[in-house]
Design a protein around this ligand. Structure first.
Ligand code: FDA
Length: 299
């Protein structure tokens, strides 16, 4: 079945973008900032927080990076204007980290400064393992001057527990996720349970050191494990939140919200939706299979 689903994802990648769009709609708020704002307003009305992301990571020129930076500044303006309960999530690659690290730092710092003026917050998404050191360096340099920035770490990587021990020393604000990128076995855990065990090990390290953690997962095993750990360690509600992706496990999202835990949804929007949608489909090929069946049954 797994091979079948993987095959379906491959087929999906060969399909016209207009068709892929049909079933990627669930993962994105829309093409425009206005779509993003309306989506977040709906979440906020249910007492759910958001983190907004302007889609697009594959930039190849500094001009494109500057354009993306300006779009994030516009998002911050919109958050302020409409009094949204939302921060932003930024990809260092979109800000040019693979072109020039100094340039990237200046770009992201501009966003972080603007966010600070608005009393807002910037989360640096984590990308594939070729960028881990670069993104941690970027984060650490920003933290020398700014408090309103945090980082994502990935439980699938063997290095992460050690990274976290170092990052704890500067009081880091984390998002902890499993990690979406397919990495070589030499540097990553591959088995589902191994990743889960490492996730909980890292979470304990973060929480016992008094760090703020965005617990980003839709895995009920981890949600249950995190809740038990929070209770066992007597962690206050000001020290954690749960985080989920737009369009995934809304039942679990609502149940966490109902139990009175803070919850934040990742709200991506923008014209560059394709790459993001393919990653989400790779994560859950059953969705691709399901939708493909629906598409073929359309008369
Ligand atoms: P798992 O993949 O086991 O999913 C648990 C269950 O959730 C599945 O059984 C299914 O029911 C449902 N589900 C999960 N994904 C789905 C999908 N796409 N469609 C439909 N159902 C789905 N990664 C990264 O490398 N860098 C980053 O910066 C981030 N940022 C980030 C932010 C937030 C808020 C979240 C929630 C996740 C990320 N991720 C990420 C992605 C993360 O690394 C991971 O790939 C996904 O969260 C899936 O892992 P789960 O822990 O949800 O478990």
């Amino acid at each position: 079945m797994k091979t079948f689903n993987k095959l379906i994802v491959k087929i999906v990648q060969l399909m016209p973008k207009s068709l892929v769009r049909v079933f990627s709609n669930r993962y994105i708020a829309g093409d425009t900032l206005k779509d993003g704002v309306v989506f977040v307003q709906k979440l906020n009305s249910k007492n759910i927080l958001a983190t907004m992301d302007v889609l697009g990571e594959a930039i190849s020129t500094k001009e494109e990076a500057i354009e993306a930076k300006n779009e994030f500044i516009e998002v911050l303006d919109a958050i302020k204007k409409y009094q949204l309960k939302s921060n932003i999530s930024v990809k260092a690659s979109q800000m040019g980290i693979l072109l020039d690290e100094k340039f990237c730092f200046e770009q992201v710092e501009e966003i972080v400064k603007k966010a600070a003026e608005d009393n807002n917050y910037v989360r640096l998404d984590m990308e594939d393992s070729t960028t881990t050191d670069k993104i941690i360096n970027l984060h650490n340099r920003l933290r020398e001057k700014h408090q309103n920035v945090g980082i994502v770490v990935q439980a699938c990587l063997r290095r992460t527990l050690d990274d976290v021990k170092r990052l704890n020393a500067i009081g880091t604000n984390y998002r902890l996720c499993k990690g979406i990128y397919i990495e070589p076995e030499a540097i990553s855990y591959r088995a589902k349970q191994e990743i889960r065990d490492n996730y909980l090990r890292i979470l304990r390290e973060m929480l016992t050191n008094g760090n703020y953690v965005g617990i980003a997962t839709h895995d009920e095993f981890l949600v249950k494990g995190a809740l038990a750990m929070i209770q066992e360690l007597g962690i206050g509600k000001d020290k954690y939140e749960f985080q989920m992706l737009c369009g995934v496990r809304e039942d679990l999202r609502d149940s966490i919200n109902k139990q009175g835990h803070k919850i934040r949804i990742y709200v991506p929007f923008g014209e560059h939706w394709y790459q993001y949608s393919i990653r989400r489909l790779q994560e859950n090929p059953q969705v691709a299979g399901h939708i493909l069946k629906n598409l073929f049954s359309l008369k």
